[in-house]
Design a protein around this ligand. Structure first.
Ligand SMILES: [Zn+2]
Length: 72
């Protein structure tokens, strides 16, 4: 699941337990061990790119390009 912290930035949380700590190498929740679906990670990266673009369009562009590589 994705939620937003008080600063408005998206944060990725475990679908199973809501924990925000992940083993990034294994894409697994530290708390309950649930796998993080590819779709969830992709959605989070898009949300993060959108957040950065909203805050700082000039600096966000390189990141946005990296995150949109799947688009035509
Ligand atoms: Zn979990």
């Amino acid at each position: 699941m994705i939620f937003h912290n008080p600063a408005g930035a998206p944060e990725l949380a475990c679908d199973e337990c809501g924990c925000r700590w992940f083993d990034r190498m294994a894409n697994r929740c530290y708390e309950c061990g649930a796998d993080v679906p590819e779709a969830s990670r992709a959605a989070f990266e898009q949300a993060l790119a959108a957040f950065r673009a909203d805050r700082d369009p000039d600096r966000a562009n390189p990141d946005a390009a990296r995150f949109t590589k799947a688009r035509p």
